[in-house]
Design a protein around this ligand. Structure first.
Ligand code: ATP
Ligand code: MG
Length: 278
């Protein structure tokens, strides 16, 4: 089946511990997560999650605070590796290869699957240097001219070029919050990722700066697969094609965004989107 149904349960996916195993497999998935569990010590933070990220699509992840959204997102580029108590089980593939394979180069993975955080985090260097940093490390530019072009293209794709083209040598930290967040997006784009992860990328921004980021997300989808965690349900409805609802570590339901917001199949999802819970 090509079109994702709103939920799908398969006997093969039935977990032994009785937790939910809802997922919608996509035929054009860039990334797939199967039976992903995350523990922090004894705390079981993500429970048996099966979820795909589709090409040229935005997947929104919503759910109450503490339900495991960020934890799951961080599994997708192995950011949880940096948390000593975190243990990730299951299989996550990027273009068919398991990213948890021992042979996986993690720096390479994080270039292919970039991440943008809630708080804009530019390096304390110039705007130019912020964008050039990744390409330099990964050897993506052969000459100064190449690098100039890459910096310009990345800033343009992040919708920031026009605003900064005359001040590339000023510190990234001198930009406004919204501009800083677009700079971080430019920095992510500069290393030519396939997937961009975003964890509440607009929650520190005012409505106008947020709207710009939302427009940008919609444009970026032409070239990248995107997964975004958001507390703002209007935002999820505006920017995503698929929405996943998490609750206490479980993926409760995933499906086309319109359906999740108009006709959720699970009571827990309905309670959350109607504001009865969370
Ligand atoms: N580094 C950590 N060590 C221990 N427990 C953690 C750690 N990070 C998260 N947790 C716990 O794991 C669970 C899931 O947390 P997570 O941050 O993924 O939730 P979230 O859905 O992103 O919440 P929020 O919407 O508040 O950002 C929570 O119970 C949280 O307390
Ligand atoms: Mg979070």
């Amino acid at each position: 089946m090509d079109e994702p149904s709103i939920t799908r349960r398969g006997a093969a996916d039935a977990p032994s511990d009785g937790s939910s195993a809802v997922y919608a497999a996509l035929s054009d998935a860039v990334m797939t997560a199967r039976r992903v569990n995350v523990h922090y010590g004894d705390k079981h933070a993500v429970r048996n999650v099966n979820l795909d990220i589709g090409r040229n699509q935005v997947l929104a992840m919503i759910g109450p605070s503490g339900c495991g959204k960020s934890t799951f997102l961080r599994c997708l580029n192995r950011m949880n590796d940096t948390i000593a108590s975190a243990r990730v089980d299951g299989v996550i593939t990027l273009d068919g290869s398991n990213i948890y394979d021992r042979k996986q180069d993690v720096a390479q993975l994080r270039a292919r699957v970039g991440i943008v955080f809630q708080k804009p985090t530019p390096f304390p260097h110039s705007i130019y240097a912020n964008v050039a940093y990744g390409p330099r490390i990964h050897g993506l530019a052969k000459s100064r001219g190449d690098m100039d072009e890459l910096v310009q293209t990345s800033l343009a794709r992040a919708g920031l070029w026009e605003e900064v083209k005359d001040r590339l040598s000023t510190p990234g930290t001198s930009l406004s919050g919204g501009q800083q967040q677009r700079l971080c997006i430019a920095r992510t784009i500069a290393v030519n990722p396939e997937v961009i992860l975003m964890d509440e990328p607009t929650s520190a921004l005012d409505p106008i700066a947020s709207a710009k980021i939302e427009d940008l997300i919609d444009e970026l989808r032409a070239n990248y697969a995107i997964a975004i965690v958001t507390h703002n349900m209007q935002q999820a409805a505006r920017v995503s094609q698929r929405t996943a609802y998490f609750h206490m570590g479980d993926l409760v339901e995933v499906g086309p965004t319109e359906l999740i917001f108009t006709n959720p199949q699970q009571r827990l999802t309905e309670d959350y989107i109607t504001g009865r819970f969370g």
